[in-house]
Design a binder for this molecule. Structure first.
Ligand code: AHR
Length: 669
């Protein structure tokens, strides 16, 4: 007779007892896993918002590099604030020894026509021109910073010292001299190197001090710490690493509203964002600050390549946020711009714009499959999108028949109207969802009955907006429930990306509450939502496993502030959300379970259609005691995924922690 140990007897009794209590049950039908998971299901969306690039991902550290932004003066009744003579983010440490004035002509080129004239009357007083950066500069030990500055002077013996120093100027972390400054504009590259004994700090400033009396003209001051993959004009290492860890399959850029701009002049005019960075004029972001466009089209493309994603290019479609729109012949130049842009991304050396990309430093074409026509064109109440979309669709398809084109009509807007127009093809529609967790639970079965013959869905912006500046655990639960829906239906939802992904957490850094990753000059962290996405993106098979469920408990949704704003009705929703995928080559099954409530849940899990189930599985769990728990810049890892092992089999019982997102990675044969 087989020996029954006390432990296994206890297990049998406990499983038996649980079964009698009608545990929630999931049946995974591995032999029916025929629906493919879209290879581009999880990606990234980005735009210049919340200081995402300037003062964020773009590693350039000097703020107001070309003295274009002026300090805002007092607001006069009925009039906008006047602009003073002083450049924003620059100051003199001693105005008795020197004067500084911005000159708006005579700069280095048309794109950068402003310069600062520093008139030094008593160099012995060492009056410094200081820049406060994007809420400080990241100063770390043994670090090489690479900078550049355009200078000229009327003193033949002119020289300056550039340095990184503490806010009071008493500690100099790194310093170097620039000599032989001529009377004509010249770019002076420099390096700053910190010593071994520095504790990392952001309470710092950058300083230029003239060593001799005389007039100095200064512009395009730049400074970079080491960048990801050591790219010149590159990106922050920490944020790039965090994105790479999400295993994103595409990068949607350049927006968002940043694509459209408030006015035509402020659209993402890609041709003004390529080539020599010192020749880029920059433009106004719709989110209230200036972009230097140092982070331009090629930098977006390099970013996608560096995180292992393909670009998903959004092209300007003749509509701006103030409602201006172009149709017919007036749209033609913008259609040509879009065709040129696609050529820049994908063309060979024998094409005009492919050759330009090669000249700009990227010989290989990028792997482009998806192009989006505009952004959120459901806001164009004139109804011009039908025509604009049709014109652009036809022109792009004629030249690039292999590309998949995405329309931005959105569900329930003018889609029906577009579909009814003869000859207009709607292959993929971009849907955007910003919701509270409750709405995410309500929507978590939204695509189960979607018309499989209709257009595919690109969920190009979505987020559970709870928590600020980055989202909390409750948002991560809503996100994860929503991802189970997209994953289960990824024959329809071919791609999805969260927005916005970045926020500079300094006061004034955020224009959009509840974002995915937060950072300051020195550090970065991921929200619980970020970690939920890391889990969903990394534990994913290529086939959807049908899962049938029994006894799933329901709970009454508490109405939160966001629900009320959106006019949501009180309702009851499932406590548990789930999805399973299988790797058809390796037999690995990834079962994801979301427990939305504050009690542990014991589930019976039944795996059908496998000859063998390896008894030890990997368990990855993200959970917290309270739904409002969160990570922050000061407590960055309070909620992170924890790995352990779980005992599984063809039939097994597993306990899912309160407020948790769990992946069970099960090897089957
Ligand atoms: O993600 C923030 C904004 O939300 C995007 O710029 C816009 O497309 C949407 O309205």
């Amino acid at each position: 007779m087989k020996k029954v140990t006390i432990l296994s007897l206890a297990l049998i009794l406990s499983v038996g007892a649980n079964a009698q209590q009608n545990n929630p049950k999931l049946n995974l039908q591995l032999d029916k896993a025929t629906t493919s998971v879209s290879p581009t299901l999880y990606g990234l969306m980005t735009e210049e918002i919340n200081y995402s690039y300037e003062g964020g991902l773009y590693a350039q550290l000097i703020r107001n590099t070309s003295f274009k932004d002026m300090k805002r003066g007092e607001r006069r009744p009925g009039r906008p604030p006047f602009e003073s003579q002083s450049p924003d983010h620059w100051a003199l440490t001693d105005s008795t020894a020197a004067e500084a004035k911005v000159e708006n002509s005579g700069g280095i080129n048309k794109a950068n026509s402003s310069a600062l004239c520093l008139n030094v009357k008593d160099a012995s007083k060492k009056s410094g021109l200081v820049n406060d950066g994007f809420w400080g500069f990241p100063v770390r030990a043994t670090t090489l910073y690479k900078g550049g500055v355009y200078l000229k002077s009327d003193n033949p013996n002119a020289s300056v010292t550039v340095s990184l120093e503490s806010l009071d100027g008493k500690t100099v972390y790194a310093s170097t001299k620039i000599q032989n400054i001529g009377k004509d504009w010249q770019k002076y590259p420099f390096t700053l190197s910190t010593g071994k004994k520095i504790s990392a700090t952001k309470d710092t400033r950058f300083r230029i001090t003239a060593d001799e009396n005389g007039r100095y003209w200064i512009t395009r001051v730049t400074l970079f710490p080491p960048t990801f993959n050591n790219r010149e004009n590159g990106s922050r290492v920490d944020l790039m690493t965090m994105m790479k860890n999400m295993n994103p399959k595409f990068l949607r850029f350049p927006g968002g509203n940043y694509l459209e701009g408030n006015r035509f002049a402020d659209r993402f005019n890609w041709k003004a964002t390529i080539g020599d960075v010192d020749q880029r004029p920059g433009h106004q972001s719709p989110w209230g600050y200036t972009s230097t466009d140092g982070f331009g089209l090629l930098e977006f493309l390099n970013w996608s390549e560096d995180v292992g994603a393909e670009p998903l290019l959004a092209v300007f479609a003749g509509y701006t946020l103030n409602g201006d729109h172009l149709e017919g012949d007036a749209l033609q130049p913008f259609i040509q711009d879009a065709l040129d842009e696609i050529e820049y991304v994908t063309g060979g050396a024998d094409t005009k714009w492919g050759a330009q990309r090669i000249k700009d430093g990227h010989p290989a074409p990028f792997n482009l499959h998806y192009v989006e026509i505009g952004n959120e064109d459901w806001f164009d109440r004139s109804g011009s999108y039908t025509q604009r979309y049709r014109q652009m669709y036809e022109a792009i398809k004629a030249k690039y028949p292999q590309l998949h084109l995405i329309s931005t009509t959105g569900r329930g807007t003018n889609m029906a109207e577009i579909m009814n127009e003869p000859g207009v093809k709607l292959d993929i529609i971009d849907e955007h969802y910003y919701r509270g967790a409750g709405d995410m639970y309500r929507a978590a079965f939204q695509y189960d009955n979607y018309d499989r013959k209709g257009p595919k869905v690109f969920c190009g912006e979505w987020a559970t907006r709870e928590g600020e500046p980055t989202t909390n655990m409750n948002a991560a639960l809503g996100d994860a429930a929503w991802m189970t829906c997209m994953e289960r239906n990824s024959d329809v939802v071919i791609a999805s990306c969260y927005a916005p992904i970045f926020v500079n957490v300094n006061p004034g850094g955020s224009q959009w509450q509840s974002d995915l990753m937060g950072f300051n000059a020195l550090n970065a962290y991921g929200s619980p939502s970020y970690y939920a996405q890391v889990m969903f993106g990394n534990y994913l098979g290529d086939k959807v496993v049908p899962v049938s469920a029994e006894n799933i408990p329901q709970f009454d949704l508490p109405m939160n502030h966001f629900d009320s704003i959106r006019g949501a009705k009180p309702s009851s929703v499932p406590e548990l959300y789930y999805v399973a995928t299988k790797d058809s080559k390796t037999g690995v099954v990834n079962l994801k379970v979301v427990n939305a409530v504050g009690k542990a849940q014991t589930l019976d899990i039944n795996i059908e259609g496998a000859d063998k189930v390896v008894s030890k599985a990997l368990k990855v769990q993200l959970s917290s005691a309270k739904p409002e728990d969160t990570n922050s810049i000061d407590d960055p890892t309070k909620i992170i995924p924890v790995k352990s092992s779980a005992k599984v089999g063809k039939q097994f019982t597993q306990v899912f922690a309160p407020y948790s997102v769990t992946v069970l990675q099960i090897q089957t044969k």
